[in-house]
Design a protein around this ligand. Structure first.
Ligand code: LLP
Length: 441
């Protein structure tokens, strides 16, 4: 391992090469082409196993559901399920992949703030563990679709606890103004409980709370758990409704660049458990069945994107500042996170050693847009040139899953590496794939 940012089975070779899962990145690029998502299979499997071990034990075990929106292929679903995790899906498409992977419906939870009739029907048909619902409108729809089929739909209500990750109690009401969740503060959540309890085709299993993503400490969870526990106590007192299940969502952060320092898995698990147990006990309720839904933390660090460098250019930014622009053969169509969230990444040459001076650089893509930036700010040697292989770390979460065909660029292949062997998980798209749906082609 190089450091925490790179996959667990990444090694730097003396000649400047990069070995991933025992495979030389140069050979992978030659064999499969670039851009290329290279997934370290054992990294994903081991992180999934660590989450299982850290959360699912003791008096108050947490079940772990993998938030598949982060990165989903049939193989990835099988790896995480093999480590004992369930799967969280947010659409019928994600459900189709999870089912194809052989995940039993009972171990799948369905999210989504606007599920289609077909998605609700599929969830009921396949006996999913729960549909997580966050509107009165959809709650009624789920009830009526279940009624048509003579079924009772298992539902969890997604609560808005009014917490923005990274904030403190004083300003923790800031996040009411967004589309997700049923607000505890405004009474909407209580209304949903009443509606669910009054609907014979809804089986209200409990509550869900997700406070954000890329969270490095347990503070935000603490406030959310406090408010959710008080709400559960209120529902028990005023409605006689005792929730069976509580899901605290995902959001556990990972390091992308030096200086990122999230709590480790065991420590986070320990803190979350302590928080829930304390808050439930002070609210006077029994601890419900618990679960969490990490996405990024399971897959984020497993994957490296390999690009080939094309054009390099020096841009005189100001009188005394030149930035080196290094254009690669992908861009915002395979990693939208930099443009969308100003995300930071770590990158390195993966084909040779360079002894040239490192200068302020920016890795950009090949799209017709100035915001097409892959790595905003990094140091690269002055002799970077066409044909070099550049590896961008930590691209496992929300890169391939948010990839697009902007500029009709075919999406990259996804390959898995393990113990010196590689195999294709998702083949590279071709121009023919892009034309296949064009009815005039
Ligand atoms: N559970 C729910 C209900 C969620 O909405 C999410 C993420 C997760 C779990 C998993 O969160 P994670 O553990 O991966 O942070 N596209 C953004 C992230 C959006 C996350 C959306 N929901 C990004 O690229 O950073």
């Amino acid at each position: 391992m190089i450091d925490a940012i790179w996959p667990r089975h990444a090694e730097r070779l003396p000649d400047g090469g990069l070995r991933l899962g025992g495979c030389d990145a140069r050979s992978l690029a030659a064999q499969y082409g670039t851009p290329l998502f290279v997934v370290d299979e054992l990294d994903v499997r081991s992180r999934a196993a660590e989450y299982k071990a850290a959360y699912d034990h003791g008096d108050h075990p947490f079940e772990v559901f993998y938030a598949s929106k982060a990165f989903l292929t049939v193989a990835i679903a099988r790896w995480v399920h093999g480590a004992g995790l369930g799967i969280d899906v947010a659409t019928g498409g994600e459900l189709a992949v999870a089912l194809r992977a052989g995940i039993p419906g009972e171990q799948i939870v369905m999210h989504g703030n606007n599920k289609s009739r077909a998605e609700i029907e599929a969830a009921l048909e396949h006996g999913l563990r729960a549909l997580v619902c966050d509107s009165l409108d959809e709650l009624a729809r789920i009830g009526s679709i279940a009624a048509e089929r003579g079924l009772v739909a298992p539902v969890m209500l997604r609560l808005t606890a009014g917490v923005e990750a990274h904030t403190h109690e004083a300003i923790a009401t800031a996040h009411e103004d967004q589309k997700f969740g049923l607000s505890i503060a405004t009474g909407m959540a209580a209304k949903a409980v009443d509606q669910a309890l009054g609907d014979p085709h809804i089986d209200l299993r409990g509550f869900h709370s997700h406070i954000g993503s890329q969270i490095f400490d347990a503070d935000g969870f603490e406030i959310a758990a406090h408010r959710v526990a008080l709400f559960m106590a209120d529902m028990a007192r005023t409605r006689g409704y005792v929730a069976d299940a509580l899901d605290l969502g995902g959001g556990m952060g990972i390091p992308y660049v030096d200086g990122d320092d999230p709590l480790d898995v065991a420590e986070m698990a320990h803190r979350l458990r302590a928080i829930v147990v304390r808050e439930c006990s002070s609210a006077g309720i029994a601890v419900p069945r618990l679960s969490v839904e990490p996405g990024r933390a399971i897959v984020g660090s497993s994957t490296v994107t390999l690009y080939e460098v094309g054009v390099v250019k020096q841009v005189q930014v100001s009188d005394d500042f030149v930035r080196q622009y290094v254009a690669v053969d992908g861009g915002m169509s395979d990693n939208i996170r930099t443009a969308l969230y100003n995300a930071d990444y770590t990158a390195a040459l993966a084909n040779r050693v360079s002894h040239a001076t490192a200068v302020p650089s920016r890795v950009v893509g090949k799209h017709c847009e100035s915001g097409d930036i892959v790595v905003n700010n990094l140091q690269l040697p002055t002799d970077v040139r066409a044909g070099d292989l550049l590896a961008v770390a930590t691209t496992g979460a929300y890169c391939w899953s948010m990839a697009s065909n902007y500029n009709n660029l075919p999406r990259p292949a996804v390959i898995a590496v393990r113990d010196g062997a590689s195999r294709v998980l998702i083949r590279r798209e071709t121009a023919e794939d892009l034309l296949a749906r064009d009815q005039d082609a």
